[in-house]
Design a protein around this ligand. Structure first.
Ligand SMILES: NC(=O)c1ccc[n+]([C@@H]2O[C@H](COP(=O)([O-])OP(=O)(O)OC[C@H]3O[C@@H](n4cnc5c(N)ncnc54)[C@H](OP(=O)(O)O)[C@@H]3O)[C@@H](O)[C@H]2O)c1
Length: 334
C-alpha cells in the first residue's frame, strides 16, 4: 500500500539559526505547525551538516509531541561531490545507507523515519543496488517509505522497478517544480509519477520566494541569482533544452528578471484577490491542486507568519479558468 502524505509539510533546509533568538523563532514555528495539524517536516543529513536534524531532534524532545520526518541520504554524486564520508563502509557503497540512517535517527532521537530519500542519483549509477539496501531498511521498520530526489524520469522508473523486486514501491519523487519551473511536465518525471502512483514532492515550490511577489520592483538577492543561474545553465540536465547553451550563458534566468515576471505577478495578484488569498497562497495552491499528479508541497517556512500563510494555501481549489490564466501568463513571460 502506498504511503499517504498529508496536505502540507514544512521544508527546513534553512533552519540553521545563528542566535538564540533565531532558534527560538524556529521552535515557535515548529510548535505553531503542530498546533495547527502540520506535523511533517522535511530535512536531510547535509542540511547544516547534520545540524538541522539535531535541531529537529531537540525540538521534538522539548515539545514532546509525535512528528513525521523525511530525511535524505547523500551518496557521492556528480551533483554533490562533497558527500559525507562514512566510517564503517566505503563512502560510495550502497551499504553506506545503514550508517547514514544510524546517524540521522540518532540526531533526530527517533526510531524510524516516515520517508527516506536518496538526495541525488549516485555517481556510480547503480540505483538498483541502493534500492536493495533501502528495501532492507523498509523490512527492518526503520523507514516507512522510500523516495528519490533529483532523479530523471528514467531513473525514477529504475528505482521503482528495483523496489518492486522486493515487494515494495517507491512512494515519492522530489524535484524542483513550481509554476515557473515546469520541466517535470515535459522531461518524463510527471508521466512516471502517474504511471507508478508516486507522489511528487516539489522543492522550491515558491521559487525560493519569487512566487510570493516579494521581489517585485526590486533586485533578487545574489544568492538566489546564483542558484537560478546554475539551473538556467541546465547543469543537472533536468530539462530537454530548446535554448542553445551559449544563449543561456549570456542571459538572465527569467525568474530573476523582475520586469519580465511582472505580467505573471499581475495575474497571480488578481486571482489572489478574487479568492481572498495572497500571491504565495495561489502559487502553492497551483501545485497542491495539480490535476495530473499527487503533489505534496513542503515550502521552506521560516516563521509563524509564513506557516500561517502556507497553511492557508491548501484545502481550497483554483478554478480551471484560474489555472488557464496562470498558464497563459507563464507562457507569455518565457
Ligand atoms: N531534495 C532537494 O534536492 C531539495 C533542494 C532544495 C530544497 N529542498 C527542500 O524543499 C524545501 C523548500 O524549498 P526551498 O526552501 O528551497 O524553497 P521555497 O519553499 O520555494 O522558498 C522558501 C523561501 O520562501 C519564503 N517563504 C516561504 N513561505 C513564505 C510565505 N508564506 N510568504 C512569503 N515568503 C515565504 C522564505 O523566504 P525568506 O527566507 O526570505 O523568509 C523561504 O526561505 C526546503 O526547505 C527543503 O526541505 C530539497
Amino acid at each position: 500500500m502506498s504511503y499517504r502524505f498529508p496536505e502540507l509539510g514544512v521544508g527546513t533546509m534553512l533552519w540553521t539559526p545563528k542566535s538564540d533568538e533565531e532558534k527560538e523563532n524556529y521552535f515557535k514555528t515548529y510548535k505553531w505547525c503542530l498546533d495547527h495539524g502540520v506535523d511533517f517536516f522535511d530535512t536531510a543529513e547535509v542540511y547544516g551538516n547534520g545540524s538541522v536534524e539535531t535541531l529537529l531532534g531537540e525540538f521534538k524532545k522539548l515539545d514532546g509531541r509525535t512528528v513525521k520526518i523525511s530525511s535524505k541520504f547523500a551518496p557521492p554524486s556528480s551533483m554533490n561531490p562533497v558527500a559525507p564520508k562514512r566510517k564503517t563502509v566505503k563512502t560510495d557503497s550502497p551499504e553506506a545507507i545503514h550508517e547514514a540512517l544510524d546517524r540521522t535517527l540518532d540526531r533526530l532521537g527517533m526510531e524510524s523515519l516516515d520517508l527516506y530519500l536518496m538526495h541525488t542519483p549516485p555517481k556510480n549509477g547503480n540505483i538498483a543496488a541502493y534500492m536493495e539496501v533501502m528495501a532492507k531498511e523498509l523490512e527492518s521498520g526503520r523507514i516507512k517509505a522510500v523516495g528519490v530526489c533529483n532523479h530523471s524520469g528514467k531513473q525514477i522508473a529504475e528505482a521503482t522497478e528495483a523496489l518492486h523486486k522486493y515487494g515494495y514501491s517507491l512512494d515519492a519523487a522530489m524535484v524542483g517544480y513550481n509554476l515557473l519551473r515546469r520541466y517535470p511536465e515535459t522531461n518524463g518525471v510527471i508521466d512516471i509519477c502517474r504511471k507508478y502512483n508516486i507522489t511528487l514532492i516539489p522543492y522550491a515550490p515558491l521559487a525560493e520566494g519569487t512566487l510570493t511577489g516579494k521581489y517585485r520592483g526590486k533586485k533578487v538577492p545574489l544568492s538566489y541569482f546564483v542558484t537560478s543561474y546554475f539551473g538556467h545553465l541546465n547543469m543537472t540536465k533536468e530539462r530537454d533544452d530548446e535554448i542553445p547553451f551559449i544563449k543561456r550563458l549570456f542571459s538572465k534566468p527569467r525568474e530573476c528578471d523582475v520586469k519580465r515576471m511582472e505580467p505573471l505577478m499581475l495575474v497571480l495578484e488578481d486571482i489572489a484577490k478574487k479568492h481572498g488569498k495572497s500571491i504565495a497562497q495561489v502559487s502553492l495552491n497551483w501545485l497542491y491542486t495539480n490535476p495530473k499528479v499527487n503533489v505534496f508541497p513542503i515550502p521552506g517556512t521560516r516563521n509563524i507568519k509564513q506557516a500561517e500563510s502556507n497553511l492557508g494555501a491548501v484545502s481550497w481549489t483554483l478554478t480551471d479558468d484560474d489555472r488557464k490564466r496562470i498558464d497563459e501568463a507563464e507562457r507569455s513571460c518565457r
